[in-house]
Design a protein around this ligand. Sequence first.
Ligand SMILES: Cc1cc2nc3c(=O)[nH]c(=O)nc-3n(C[C@H](O)[C@H](O)[C@H](O)COP(=O)(O)OP(=O)(O)OC[C@H]3O[C@@H](n4cnc5c(N)ncnc54)[C@H](O)[C@@H]3O)c2cc1C
Length: 367
Amino acid sequence: MRRIGQRMFSKKMNRDRAVVIGGGIAGKLAARVLSEFFQEVILIEKDKKNDHFTNRKGVPQGNQGHVLLKSGEEIIEELFPGIIQELSRNGAKKTDFAGDLLWSHHGTQKIRFDSNVFISQQSRPLLEWQIQQRLEKIHNINFRFDCKVQNLKFNTDEMNTIVIEDINGVVTDLLADLVIDASGAAALHNQWLRASGYGIPTKTEIKIDLFYASMVFKKIAHESINWHSLLAFPNPPEVERGGMISPIEGNRMLVTLIGYGTKEIPKNKDSFLEYAQTLNQPEMYEVIKNESPLSEEVQVYRFPALRRYHFENQRNFPTGLLVIGDAFCRVDPVFAQGMSLAAMEAKALREILMKGPKQAAVNKKLS
Ligand SMILES: Cc1cc2nc3c(=O)[nH]c(=O)nc-3n(C[C@H](O)[C@H](O)[C@H](O)COP(=O)(O)OP(=O)(O)OC[C@H]3O[C@@H](n4cnc5c(N)ncnc54)[C@H](O)[C@@H]3O)c2cc1C
C-alpha cells in the first residue's frame, strides 16, 4: 500500500480537493484522513444518507456477523477519539477477546482466560453510522448522498474529472487532485482504467464459494451460557461449515452460519436450525433451538472469491488515483480482517500524505 500510494503523487499535485468514491468503512476512514491534508474532501455515496443504524442497500454484507479486530478498533479510536465509548452508549458490548468467547477451532476448544484485551461488539451498521456522525462534524468534508459515480476521466492537467449522476438524473463533472476508489466489490477503477487506455491491473483470484446466512435473536438466556460470543471456526476442506453468535446493540444476538463450497444454503428458520445442528460445536444449536428470532427472514450473502489487484506491477498508472478497501483487496470474511485492513490503509494513507508535497496555495478554480 505504501509503495503504491507513493506513486499516486505527481510533484505538482495540489491539495485543494480530494474525492472519495464510496461511503463504506474504507471510504469514511479515508475521508477522515484526507480532511487533514486537503482543503475540501467530497465523499460520494450512491445510497441515501442513513439516519439511523440500519443496513443499507450498497453494503449488502452489513447484515452479516462483523467483528472489528483490535488493530482496526485502535486505529478508528485514534482517528475519532472517544468513538468506542460512543458505540458503547449506543448499545455495543465490550467483551474480553479470550475470556468471553467460546471458540472451537480445528476440532479443539480454545482455552478461555481473562486476556484484558477488550473489543467492542456491535453490528456493522452501528459502527458505520457512528463514524458518519463524527465525519459530519468535520467542516471540510462534504457529502453527496444519492449520487452515483458514472465515470472517472484522467486528465493531462493533473486534475481528474469525476462524472456523477444524482437521484434526479442530473449529471455533473467534479474536478479533483486526488480520487480514492473505495467502491467495494464493484472495484470501479477497472472499467475507467480500461476505457482510458491504461489497462487493468493483474489480479489474483481464489474461488472459495462461501456463504453467510444470518438471523437476529433477542439476547439468548440459555442456562448453559457463560460466554458473550461463540465461534465455530470452519477449516476447509475438512470442515466446511461454521458459525458464530455475536452480541449486538439493542440487547440482541446476531447468529451467523457459514459454509464453503456448499449448495445447501439455509433460507428459512427450519433449515437454519438443521444446518446449525450439523456444526462441530453443539452449543450453537442447543442455545438457539428453542428461541424465536426477531424476524423469520434469513439474510444470505454469497462471497464467490477472494481477490487482490496487483497495482504494484502496473507500469502505466495515472497519478491522482488510489484504490483502497475491498475495491483493492477482498480477503476471506471468516478471518474478520476487512474493516481492520481498511483502517490500516487509512493509517498508511496518512503517513504517505505527511511525506508528500507541501500544501499548495489554493488558487485553482474548482468546479
Ligand atoms: C459476509 C461478510 C462478512 C464480513 N465480516 C467481516 C468481519 O467480521 N470483520 C471485518 O473486519 N470485515 C468483515 N467483512 C469485510 C468488510 O465488510 C469490508 O472489507 C470492509 O467493510 C471494507 O469495505 P469497503 O468500504 O471497502 O466496501 P463496502 O463496505 O462494500 O462499501 C462500498 C461503498 O461504495 C458505494 N458505491 C459503490 N459503487 C458506487 C458508485 N458508483 N457511486 C457511489 N458509491 C458507490 C457502496 O454503496 C458502498 O457504500 C465481511 C465481508 C463480508 C462479505
